[in-house]
Ligand binder design. Structure first.
Ligand SMILES: *Cc1c(COP(=O)(O)O)cnc(C)c1O
Length: 456
């Protein structure tokens, strides 16, 4: 199974050829899922006692299975938060896989971890956090939020008076679903400030003032959002920071989606106050053009993360020895064994330089503005709110929720576009609306116009 022979060489060439084809392809159709039974009927048994052979398995992949995936980097994939990894980054993802690097400890992965850290220093520099701040790459924003929340909770509960208390975190309803999910994982309660718009200082203060004395005792952190996933809204980070300071609370900024915009001069000021954060989440696999999966968590005081996350075990002692000295990514987030998933980003940054990143992010913001203007000019659609970062919420005049759903499926089934509905809360009502999120700089004005035309 592990031997090198002519079959393996041929197989490798085939796979590489396919990968190169995929990297350089300009997709014209968006893939779509099939039911599990349908896929099974197409490919038959693939896991057998004797194996079906690489050539045949690969044929099944190309012919049937690859097509049942949506290419997230398709220029008319404007749903959720799409992705658009650079070709250099994807190429180096292949190298990362081929290199078998254990990215937990410097002793084993020094070369890869060095590269990750170089890329990370640039990301940290965008946040304006002071010297000493440091970040590590995680599997995504969820894992980054979890790692930060655990660090905050452990730091809080180190104090004698809070030992044994169940924690409480305040955030807003605009926060990402992962904050709620990870609060469950660490068994803390969440108080949601009722605004899908910008969370501002006074509303936060009001929420804190409304707590019972015991709730106040249990409150240890506030999570603000640096670019809500739904609408691209950036909370009043300065206002929230001031209150966190006054109330002695951990200040976490979830900028998983929006963090990439820190590189863009046109919107950077909207993030003022992020430099006061205790921890920040940014997903390079969203707006920093990395392949999946690549998130990042950054700490103002990394030693607190180390206290919370460093794993102990006699089999791990060697890694902590002087002789193995270096930076150990495992100490700062929840994973032990990890892929050096920041390596593709490093290669792409090194290849292109940071100015190209700035241009590509600015293009996403510009596309949102362009889409906003088109929507204003067309009689059948209207803006729900002004575009924010690269998100555009708009409605088709007269449509009911089921019209949006039907329209989404229709465009997807044709392989034309993937644009999905969402809800926008105003007062007490949730309105179903349509949403664009631009990440891919290859999306064109024509793409946007064609999509809007299908709503007529
Ligand atoms: C996408 C997103 C997350 C979750 O990140 P994953 O990489 O999907 O785990 C968290 N917070 C925000 C604001 C996001 O947009």
């Amino acid at each position: 199974m592990h031997k090198i022979d002519i079959d393996l060489v041929e197989m490798t060439l085939d796979v590489m050829k396919y990968a190169i084809g995929r990297i350089s392809a300009v997709e014209d159709k968006i893939g779509k899922p099939k039911k599990e039974e349908e896929l099974k009927a197409l490919v038959g048994e693939t896991i057998t006692k004797d194996g079906i052979g690489g050539e045949y398995a690969f044929k099944l992949w190309r012919k049937y299975l690859a097509k049942a995936n949506v290419a997230i980097d398709h220029p008319r994939h404007l749903a959720f938060v799409p992705a658009s990894p650079t070709r250099a980054a994807i190429m180096f993802d292949l190298v990362t896989s081929a290199s078998s690097i254990h990215g937990a400890y410097w002793m084993e992965g020094a070369g890869g971890i060095f590269c990750e850290n170089e890329a990370m220093k640039w990301i940290v520099s965008l946040t304006g956090l002071p010297a000493g701040a440091l970040g590590v790459f995680t599997s995504g924003g969820t894992a980054a939020n979890l790692s930060a929340m655990v660090t905050a909770r452990e730091h809080w509960r180190e104090q004698e008076e809070f030992k044994g208390e169940k924690g409480l975190i305040i955030t807003s309803i605009g926060a990402h679903s992962s904050i709620k999910a990870m609060a469950k994982v660490i068994d803390v309660d969440l108080l949601l400030v009722e605004t899908e718009d910008r969370l501002e200082g006074p509303a936060l203060q009001h929420a804190i003032d409304g707590l019972t004395p015991h709730q106040r005792k249990r409150l240890f952190a506030v999570v603000a959002t640096g670019g809500t996933t739904n609408a691209g809204i950036i909370d009043d980070l300065n206002g929230v920071a001031q209150i966190c300071k006054k109330e002695n609370l951990w200040f976490h900024v979830d900028a998983a989606y929006g963090g990439g915009a820190l590189v863009a001069d046109s919107v950077k000021h909207l993030f003022n106050g992020i430099e006061h954060a205790d921890s920040i989440t940014i997903d390079p696999h969203k707006w920093m053009f990395s392949p999946y999966d690549c998130g990042a968590v950054i700490y103002r005081h990394p030693e607190l993360a180390k206290n919370a996350h460093s794993q102990e075990g006699s089999y791990l002692d060697i890694f902590k020895d002087e002789g193995a000295h270096g930076f150990n990514p495992t100490d700062y987030q929840i994973q032990l064994t990890r892929r050096v998933r920041g390596l593709p980003l490093w290669f792409s940054l090194a290849t292109h330089g940071t100015d190209k990143y700035k241009e590509a992010v600015e293009r996403g913001i510009e596309l949102a503005q362009i889409a906003g203007e088109m929507i204003e000019d067309m009689p059948h659609v209207e803006l729900v709110r002004a575009p924010s970062l690269s998100c555009v919420l708009y409605r088709r005049v007269g449509w009911k929720p089921e019209n949006y759903t039907h329209w989404t499926y229709e465009n997807h089934n044709k392989g034309f576009a993937l644009v999905t509905p969402t809800k926008w809360k105003q007062g007490d009502t949730f309105e179903t609306v349509s949403r664009f999120c631009f990440i891919n700089p290859d999306t064109t004005e024509k793409d946007i116009k064609m999509i809007l035309d299908t709503m007529i």
